[in-house]
Design a protein around this ligand. Structure first.
Ligand code: APR
Length: 164
């Protein structure tokens, strides 16, 4: 089941939350900062052992002090008008995150709107990719959450899902 939730991803009671990270995996602002603050300093220690992560890929750590058991750190692309195949890289982020979730037996997973903050990926185009990958993985999970931080993002997802 795919659900659209408006709120803070760090509070969600799911097996895995996905982080919109950067390739250094050393924390940042936005949802990355919020996840590191809520998980505690052990998350940064765990991330430092991963040797970074390429754009379009994802790596997994425990959730430490989060309600979620796992954090899947996905590195989305910076938007350059799709000149650098950003759409493929964004799709690959979602695919890799789902693969890692399945490998670690997560039955529920929540995603933020990867790349649509400081990386400036157009929101609707990003949501179309996110929803296509969520639908492709729907049968493998009890719950897939599109976690929107504001009502504007939630409206885009709800519109694409035909639920408003
Ligand atoms: N819960 C859910 N979503 C959140 C939260 C939160 N606590 N905080 C922010 N967001 C939302 C933003 O509103 C945006 O829709 O996450 C989405 C992604 O925005 P960013 O966090 O800016 O991520 P992104 O655009 O992928 O840029 C990644 O930002 O913080 C750095 O280290 C990160 O360098 C990386 C870059």
């Amino acid at each position: 089941m795919i659900e659209v939730v408006t709120g803070d991803i760090t509070t969600l009671d799911v097996d895995a939350i996905v982080n919109a990270a950067n390739s250094s995996l050393s924390g940042g602002g936005g949802v990355d900062g919020a996840i590191h603050r809520a998980a505690g300093p052990k998350l940064l220690e765990a991330c430092r052992k991963l040797n970074g992560c390429q754009t379009g890929d994802a790596k997994i750590t425990p959730g430490f002090e989060l309600p979620a058991q796992w954090v899947i750190h996905a590195v989305g692309p910076v938007w350059h008008g799709d000149a650098r195949r950003e759409s493929e890289k964004l799709r690959s982020c979602y695919r890799r995150a789902f693969e890692l979730a399945k490998e670690n037996n997560a039955a529920s997973i929540a995603f933020p709107c990867i790349s649509t903050g400081v990386y400036h990926y157009p929101k609707r185009a990003a949501a179309e990719i996110a929803l296509a990958e969520m639908r492709a993985n729907e049968s493998h999970f009890e719950r897939i959450v599109a976690c929107c931080f504001n009502s504007e993002d939630a409206a885009i997802y709800n519109c694409l899902m035909g639920t408003n």
